[in-house]
Design a protein around this ligand. Structure first.
Ligand SMILES: C[S@@+](CC[C@H](N)C(=O)[O-])C[C@H]1O[C@@H](n2cnc3c(N)ncnc32)[C@H](O)[C@@H]1O
Length: 218
């Protein structure tokens, strides 16, 4: 039995070992640096991370932002993150187990954020365009999104061939979707080169982009 889109099962199973993969930590650090350089988070900002996992990115950004809501659908990933928050004494991160795709349940639609960021989660969300619309709706005027994910890949990045994921994104297609969601000034950069042995045993470099876009003030 294979997990479907949006199923937290795989991440619940992997949560306790998630941070043990040094390439994952290096990727998260590189993405965090790129987000900080592009979005210049500051203490007046209220930020949201979707798909925060064990908090590898948000832990790098927390000291710079005013407050951060970190959401994920996996209870176990959040439990690992919560333990880090508790032991570090950080007080400006709030974790929530919610799915942005379930608007009736997530309670976020009345909220507004100055910065919405994410790393390696967009490819797990089936309806990319619909999802970007949802995010745009809770972005404050003048606010920025900063999303890191895989460039279009060979389809072999994930070890499980049956896992439901997008095989990365074409930058032009994503830019068009961001524009359709009401976001402007789209900019791409390559934030990291993820080198790994793919599931056919070949050593491949998978580039990871960071795309930023702004919701203009009306
Ligand atoms: C590849 S992991 C990345 C985790 C973290 N950002 C990192 O860099 O280590 C993807 C994360 O997205 C979460 N996720 C998947 N679909 C989601 C959704 N619809 N809403 C919120 N989180 C989701 C998963 O539970 C998982 O923790």
């Amino acid at each position: 039995m294979h997990d479907s889109w949006n199923s937290p099962d795989k991440f619940n199973r992997e949560a306790l070992q998630w941070d043990e993969n040094p390439r994952r930590s290096a990727l998260a650090l590189a993405v965090s640096k790129a987000i900080i350089a592009s979005a210049s988070p500051n203490k007046t900002m209220r930020a949201l991370e979707f798909g925060c996992g064990t908090g590898l990115v948000t832990m790098e950004i927390a000291s710079l932002a005013g407050s951060i809501v970190a959401i994920d659908t996996s209870r176990e990933m959040l439990a690992v993150f919560y333990e880090k928050i508790r032991t570090s004494g950080i007080t400006n991160i709030e974790t929530r187990e919610i799915d942005l795709l379930s608007p009736l349940q997530n309670g976020l639609q009345q909220e507004s954020f100055d910065l919405i960021y994410s790393s390696m989660t967009l490819h797990h969300i089936s309806d990319t365009a619909g999802f970007l619309n949802r995010i745009s709706n809770i972005l404050a005027p003048g606010g920025m999104i900063a999303i890191a994910d895989l460039d279009k890949e060979d389809g072999l990045f994930h070890d499980d061939p049956l896992e439901k994921v997008h095989h990365g994104f074409e930058r032009e297609e994503l830019a068009a979707m961001l524009e359709a969601a009401g976001l402007q000034k789209t900019m791409f950069q390559t934030a990291y080169q993820f080198e790994k042995e793919n599931r056919e045993g070949k050593r491949v470099v998978y580039p990871v982009f960071l795309v930023t876009a702004i919701k203009e003030k009306s």
